[in-house]
Design a protein around this ligand. Structure first.
Ligand code: SF4
Length: 326
């Protein structure tokens, strides 16, 4: 039986890299696996760096809302906030007692972040909580970005160590990633789209604001004049066409660019049609959900109830295996 778990960071604006890289995949997996696709907004992870309480609350809510507006149906999957299911921290603690300090200290993400901030103990323990998130549901498949692969490796190690010591309880989950979707470039043309780089196009961003960013976005530098042919394969606008436009438009742009048949501004205007076709319906659904927030809150409560049923069963087995009084 395939069971998927994925953590959603409540980090504020959700951009098209998140949409094409993760959310669309969540929707597809939800259709395929139903309640065996489990999505958790990881608010306990978010507090491993300094945060504003009101902002965290809003971002957790927004993360649920945007995923729902983008097509994730909470009646088909399990969608909930991590802090609503206390078993995450309970299992996280247990794993921290079974994980050598050295394993945590060598995590690249910890090393990167700890060189920038003063370090909170929770940041070091992040991977044991993440292992708990996944293994609490005995998930065997974890869709992740490349930056999380090392954490999944450690999760497998934690599962293996636990199973060897206390009996076979957990699967060793596999990290899977959608290679094309991971490469959504930032609008500045300087690598991957990411909020920390400020090069995003937001899923809920006003269409005019998206246009203002695309209008000045870099294109193939060889196209100095309108009559200069270009190479669409080195242009981020063409990458966006592949996400937003239909096949005929993509082919038209490919030929038009390389024969100087179209100019860059026309190419960008054509792209905007696809952007609007994709994002406007999501933005409309989001507006509806903002005006009826109880729909989102109820969905999260129900998701937490469903998650808890699985989590409590696992914790029963873990406590038995560990020799805790049940
Ligand atoms: Fe890029 Fe389009 Fe200009 Fe070609 S025509 S360089 S694909 S913006």
């Amino acid at each position: 039986m395939k069971r998927v778990f994925s953590g959603i960071q409540p980090t504020g604006e959700i951009h098209i890299g998140n949409y094409f890289g993760a959310i669309l995949n969540y929707v597809k997996l939800g259709e395929e696996l139903g309640k065996n696709s489990i999505y958790c907004i990881v608010d306990y992870h978010a507090i491993t760096i300094p945060h504003e309480p009101e902002l965290l609350r809003k971002r957790t809510f927004d993360a649920a809302l945007v995923n729902m507006a983008a097509g994730l149906d909470p009646s088909k999957v399990i969608l909930f906030a991590q802090s609503d299911v206390r078993e995450h921290t309970e299992l996280g603690w247990i794993f921290s007692t079974q994980t050598p300090l050295g394993d945590l200290e060598r995590m690249t993400q910890f090393k990167d972040k700890s060189s920038q901030h003063s370090v909170l103990a929770g940041l070091l323990m992040y991977p044991t909580l993440m292992a708990a998130d996944i293994l609490l549901y005995k998930a065997n498949t974890v869709p992740v970005g490349e930056d999380q692969v090392q954490h999944i490796e450690l999760t497998r190690e934690i599962a293996r160590r636990f199973n060897n010591r206390f009996g076979e309880l957990f699967p060793e989950p596999l990290a899977v990633h959608n290679k094309d979707a991971l490469r959504v470039p930032g609008v500045d043309g300087q690598g991957k789209m990411s909020k920390s780089k400020g090069n995003t196009l937001g899923v809920l961003e006003e269409i005019d604001s998206i246009w203002q960013k695309l209008r000045v976005a870099p294109t193939d530098p060889a196209r100095v004049r309108r009559t200069d042919p270009g190479n669409p394969h080195i242009c981020l606008i063409f990458d966006y066409h592949k996400l937003f436009s239909d096949l005929d438009t993509i082919q038209m742009v490919e030929v038009g660019c390389s024969t100087a048949g179209i100019g860059c501004i026309d190419c960008k205007k054509t792209l905007m049609k696809g952007v609007e076709r994709t994002l406007v319906p999501i933005q409309q659904r989001a507006q509806e959900l903002y005006s009826t927030p109880d729909i989102v809150k109820d969905a999260l409560h129900e998701g937490a109830r469903e998650a808890r049923q699985i989590a409590q069963q696992t914790m029963q087995e873990v406590r038995d295996a560990l020799g805790l009084l049940n």
